[in-house]
Write a protein that binds this ligand. Structure first.
Ligand code: HEM
Length: 403
């Protein structure tokens, strides 16, 4: 097919159908019809949308694609007017090698499976405390919001613990990160939130220079390879990438389990299934539903189609993870499946650096919730729960529960 013969979608399909856990029907239809299609980006650029598992995976590992922030275009409208901004020093998510490699190496060691495992006792204790607070609030049967009362504090604890944000400052940090993602935030709010986090991190870096600490930020400060501006950006990236994702995955994962009672019962009956359940929920829900975004670094061919240097390419992780080419019966949540090579954390050199931490948080959260609250249930009808269909990270705006 020539590019003109390919279907063209006006923007990334984001509107969900009846089931809140299934990807947008528009994405699923495109994957069946044209796993590589043309897409009009919000700024008018006509680029590409890839929805088939094999091609998405291949492209994520293809060194000819660029992640440079000044070459990328957002696949969804953002409050920040122009998304093709200069890349701040330290913003490694929006860099290519060798710059990307330099920063990524510095932080990756902190997120290794081995180091993450050492956090388990502490994260478990913190999760118990957050659940104590949540259950105290709902002790008289009043519904409580699992997102704000449990999932968000847990996600904040995990990333702040690793970075070295003191307990007293965590709520403030978390509030600023939340403001960045709120649909109610204007461009000014978002920029304000970004600057406030920067200010808080500057303060923290000063404190760590005066009194060294052996956490991630303290160690980077002590090594002295990065200047203050780089340190602030690396810290901000980690806070932002690690907070909203985990909080939404814990909440949406709980919602999905409550709506699949047979899966929930299987997990309660056999808690050893928890690691499998976490992988399957990651695949089934694929909360980074705006996907990965790249730009062609040179003229190239993708699945037989000619792509020009500079073309934007939106890679749908959500559609890829429901591709029958990845797994049989992809639209069924089945926590007893053997884990598959899903793309919920991306793939290639930008694959989620915090994935082991995320897995640990999710496992602890589900284990504690199911063990301590066997009567956990939604406090409102499922169809009244508002989803974040239009946001980069999918999830729900609140999950009122009782037990
Ligand atoms: C369930 C939770 C999470 C999900 C689903 C998730 C998903 C993802 C995905 C899909 C990417 C790749 C984006 C791309 O290809 O452009 C990514 C990258 C990243 N994630 Fe996560 N993430 C989660 C939790 C975390 C946590 C806890 C951290 C901790 C700091 C984190 C830090 C990062 C960073 C820094 C990157 C960029 C890596 C790079 O550019 O080299 N994420 N994540």
């Amino acid at each position: 097919m020539t590019p003109t013969a390919l279907p063209t979608t006006d923007g990334l399909p984001m509107t969900r159908g009846r089931c809140p856990f299934d990807p947008a029907p528009g994405l699923t239809a495109l994957r069946a019809q044209a796993p590589v299609a043309r897409m009009v980006f919000p700024d008018g650029h006509v680029g590409w949308l890839v929805t088939g598992y094999e091609t998405v995976r291949e492209l994520l590992a293809d060194g000819r694609l660029s992640s440079r922030g000044d070459a990328l275009r957002s696949p969804i409208p953002l409050p920040m007017a122009d998304d093709r901004t200069e890349v701040a020093p330290g913003m490694f998510t929006a860099m290519d090698p060798p710059e990307h490699t330099r920063y990524r190496r510095k932080v990756a060691a902190w997120f290794s499976a081995r180091r993450t495992r050492t956090l388990e006792p502490l994260l478990t204790a913190l999760a118990e405390q957050h659940l104590d607070a949540m259950t105290a609030k709902g002790a008289d049967g009043t519904p409580v919001d699992l997102l704000t009362e449990f999932a968000e504090p847990m996600a904040a604890s995990a990333i702040c613990e690793l970075l070295g944000v003191p307990v007293a400052e965590r709520a403030h940090f978390a509030d600023c990160v939340k403001r960045l993602f709120s649909v109610h935030s204007s461009a000014e709010d978002a920029i304000g939130g970004w600057q406030t986090i920067g200010g808080l991190l500057h303060g923290l870096i000063r404190a760590k220079k005066a009194e060294p600490t052996d956490d991630l930020l303290g160690t980077l400060v002590a090594e002295g390879d990065l200047d203050d501006a780089e340190l602030v950006t690396v810290g901000t990236v980690l806070l932002i990438a690690g907070y909203d994702t985990s909080a939404n995955m814990i909440t949406l994962g709980t919602f999905a389990l409550l709506q699949h009672p047979e899966q929930l019962a299987a997990l309660v009956a056999d808690p050893a299934l928890a690691p499998n359940a976490v992988e399957e929920l990651l695949r089934y829900l694929t909360i980074v539903h705006a996907g990965s975004i790249r730009a062609a670094g040179e003229d190239m061919e993708i699945a037989g189609h000619r792509v020009a240097a500079g073309d934007a390419i939106s890679l749908s992780l959500a559609a890829a993870n429901r591709d029958p080419a990845l797994v049989a019966d992809p639209d069924r949540l089945d926590i007893t499946r053997e884990p598959v090579a899903h793309l919920a954390f991306g793939h290639g050199i930008h694959q989620c650096v915090g994935q082991q931490l995320a897995r640990l948080e999710l496992r602890i959260a589900f284990e504690i919730l199911l063990r301590r609250l066997p009567g956990l249930r939604l406090a409102v009808p499922a169809d009244e729960i508002r989803t974040r269909a239009e946001m980069i990270i999918y999830g729900v705006h609140e999950l009122p529960v009782t037990w």
